[in-house]
Design a protein around this ligand. Structure first.
Ligand code: PLP
Length: 403
């Protein structure tokens, strides 16, 4: 007997390739192979002790009741204060908690996108952006930022991508997958283009904005810095996953005009109801607590970035210098046409990554998942010794290619 059909909208949905690679690496590990994974974006550290204390307290103080869809009062207040510290004044009516940054983006697109609407997603992009847009019936429009331009789009490219059908732009700074960081001047130039396009929602996925290395600033530049008037259509997405080492706690936050927040509240009221109490208490403690541990983490990430870039340069794989987040996005085109010791002829990112996983036991994500099939994405935030080992294996693999 054949099963009844799935919904049409699922027919073209690509499951997250990042999660697929991570699962393949896990399966090999479970089979006893010493795989090192540089695939999924785990920040590689645990949150400070006061976060766990708040979680334990929340268990002890369980009310046995449902909680507000917007988020617990402590979480909402902690988020408002952290936004205020960044220079962005929001009120309670303009913020809402969601199931991670990913859940926030999913619900935002559900709330904003009609079939046929265009959404500008600069490439290389985070793999989920275009898939989410397509799931809503929208059309991703992807101006491409090349490695030669340090993976940054220009204001002219942004301008050219805007049409009467453009409903939103969805982007992040710094970037997953490239680690690219727009400077304040570059951000201002892009913001000026958006200021002249009043029909466009500006969705900024700011979840890596604390994790920046070189600009002498504590947080990444934002379009609202130079164009505060964009606040009426700017939607800011935050998460505790990367900044506080809490990806498993699944707490994301949105700051946006009340119209958008009310739409998210309505969606939440008919779907997940609210976030669980314990993660909310932990996230509130993370946001409200001392932030000084971040210096140590960004210093560690910067050192691992430097180690990764030096190794890639020695391998002859060109890679623009990442200035934030914890990813490197080297071009692997110099290996195309060569053959591995196991007999695979490298022709694209997919068979490069498959051969690397099976022959060298290193997991990285094919760049095609992010819109550039000539690259791979390396997540370098894991344990230092594992990173060193994985880079050595990658170097041996690249060095062993013949032809
Ligand atoms: N946005 C970007 C650019 C990401 O890289 C990720 C996770 O890797 C997310 C959103 C989702 O993060 P979370 O749902 O854990 O908050």
């Amino acid at each position: 007997m054949t099963a009844p059909a799935l919904a049409t909208r699922l027919q073209t949905l690509q499951p997250s390739p990042i999660i697929q690679v991570a699962n393949a690496a896990r399966a090999l590990k479970a089979a006893g192979k010493p795989v090192v994974s540089l695939s999924i974006g785990v920040p590689g550290f645990l949150p400070p002790a006061h976060v766990y204390a708040a979680a334990h307290q929340a268990v002890d103080a369980d009310s046995g009741d449902y909680l507000p869809g917007r988020g617990s009062p402590a979480l909402v207040q902690a988020f408002l204060a952290s936004m205020a510290a960044r220079g962005f004044a929001y009120t309670e009516a303009e913020v809402v908690a969601q199931v991670g940054g990913k859940g926030a983006l999913f619900n935002l697109l559900l709330a904003l996108i009609n079939p046929g609407d265009e959404v500008i997603v600069p490439a290389p992009y985070w793999a989920s952006y275009p898939e989410m847009v397509k799931l809503m019936g929208g059309v991703p429009i992807c101006p491409t930022a090349t490695a030669a331009n340090n993976y940054k789009i220009t204001p002219a490219q942004l301008q050219a991508a805007i049409t009467p059908k453009t409903k939103a732009i969805l982007w992040n700074n710094p970037s997953n997958p490239t680690g690219m960081l727009y400077t304040p001047a570059e951000t201002a130039a892009l913001a000026a283009v958006l200021a002249a396009a009043p029909q466009v929602w500006v969705i900024s996925d700011d979840i890596y904005d604390h994790l920046i290395f070189d600009q002498g600033a504590k947080r990444a530049a934002h379009v609202l810095d130079s164009q505060p008037g964009l606040k009426d259509r700017a939607i800011l997405v935050q998460s505790v996953s990367k900044t506080y080492g809490m990806p498993g706690w699944r707490v994301g936050m949105v700051a946006a005009p009340k119209l958008v927040v009310d739409a998210l509240l309505a969606l939440t009221s008919q779907s997940t109801t609210h976030l669980p109490a314990v993660p909310m208490a932990a996230a509130a403690a993370a946001l409200a607590g001392p932030q000084d541990f971040l210096h140590a983490q960004t210093a560690r990430l910067r050192a691992q970035r430097d180690e990764t870039l030096a190794a890639l340069a020695a391998m002859g794989l060109p890679c623009p210098m990442p200035e934030g987040a914890f990813y490197a996005f080297p071009q692997i085109t110099p290996t195309f046409g060569k053959t591995t010791p196991g007999g695979t002829k490298i022709t694209d990112d997919l068979n490069f990554c498959t051969a690397l996983l099976h022959e060298a036991l290193v997991a990285v994500v094919p760049g095609g998942a992010f819109g550039d099939a000539g690259a791979i994405r390396i997540s370098y935030a894991g344990k230092g010794a594992e990173l060193t080992e994985a880079l050595q294996r990658l170097a041996r693999f690249v060095g062993s290619l013949q032809g």
